[in-house]
Write a protein that binds this ligand. Structure first.
Ligand code: ZN
Length: 282
């Protein structure tokens, strides 16, 4: 894949691309970076599975080590390797043969793919210093989407700390790139999308919850850091995805007008899509 390094005049990528040795370096560095991030994504995805399962149950995230949810037998280390472990076991517990949901390896693969895609996009946009913020956002988003699907809740334990964590990570990126305008935009975007959803919750309490508004503030901040158009596209894409799936469920008879769809996963999918489709930062 050819990356448009030369077109980036702003930001770290642009500064670095001007050095002569870098052209040779990146030929080696990019594939290494991609493989590294895919592996990190698989490992993080494995941890996200733990969070999705345990956090809503009020269980500790650190102890005990992974167990089969059916027979509670601890899972052997080599069976716990992301994706590979599930394939070796052919989706069944080694002890009690209860089936292990395909969602576990799927979340691991999804996290790896999103991590690599977000990194490539950050490089293209000259937003490499914002990568820690974007990867944190991707991980928290995937976790929240699956918890919302399972429980119809967006836990404050993840949503609320995301505000200071992203403020620090985006603040660091802005300081590194002197991108104070982007940081100001993130603050304004966060308030704007929160306010928009807050209004929706007040006008239409049956369709959305206050948790969606709190999530909207997080999404709005990250999207607006990239650009205003990313914020607009992401917000719109959330509603579009929700409408498409809602209509699909109605049309296939798998839902009625009264089926309450959790809205968080659509908001998060919309935000990630907008960031992955973003064409420029500003
Ligand atoms: Zn078992």
């Amino acid at each position: 894949m050819r990356l448009r390094w030369a077109s980036n005049v702003d930001g770290l990528a642009g500064i670095v691309s001007r050095s002569a040795t870098f052209s040779a370096l990146r030929k080696v560095a990019m594939p290494v970076l991609i493989v590294f991030l895919a592996l990190v994504g698989l490992a993080i995805g494995s941890f996200l599975n733990v969070v999705v399962y345990r956090l809503p149950r009020g269980e500790s995230l650190a102890t005990p080590p992974s167990r089969c949810p059916t027979c509670e037998t601890p899972i052997r280390p080599w069976h716990n390797v992301p994706v590979v472990g599930w394939l070796i076991l052919r989706g069944r517990c080694a002890q009690c043969h209860a089936s292990i949901s395909v969602r576990y390896p799927a979340v691991e693969l999804l996290t790896a793919v999103v991590f690599v895609a977000v990194t490539l996009r950050a490089v293209q946009l000259g937003l490499l210093p914002a990568l820690p913020a974007l990867l944190y956002f991707a991980a928290a988003g995937i976790t929240l989407a699956f918890i919302d699907l399972d429980t119809r809740r967006l836990p404050n334990a993840i949503v609320l700390p995301s505000y200071p964590i992203l403020a620090v990570l985006l603040g660091g990126a802005a300081w590194w790139q002197h991108a104070w305008l982007a940081l100001a935009r993130a603050g304004a975007g966060s308030i704007a999308l929160f306010a928009f959803y807050f209004l929706l919750v007040c006008l239409y309490p049956a369709g959305m919850g206050f948790g969606d508004a709190k999530l909207a503030g997080v999404l709005g901040g990250v999207m607006a850091y990239v650009s205003w158009s990313t914020l607009l596209i992401g917000a719109f894409a959330g509603f579009l995805f929700g409408a498409v799936v809602g209509i699909g469920l109605l049309a296939t008879g798998r839902g009625t007008r009264k089926t309450a769809l959790p809205f968080g996963p659509f908001m998060i999918a919309g935000a990630l899509t907008a960031i992955l489709l973003a064409t420029g930062s500003a």
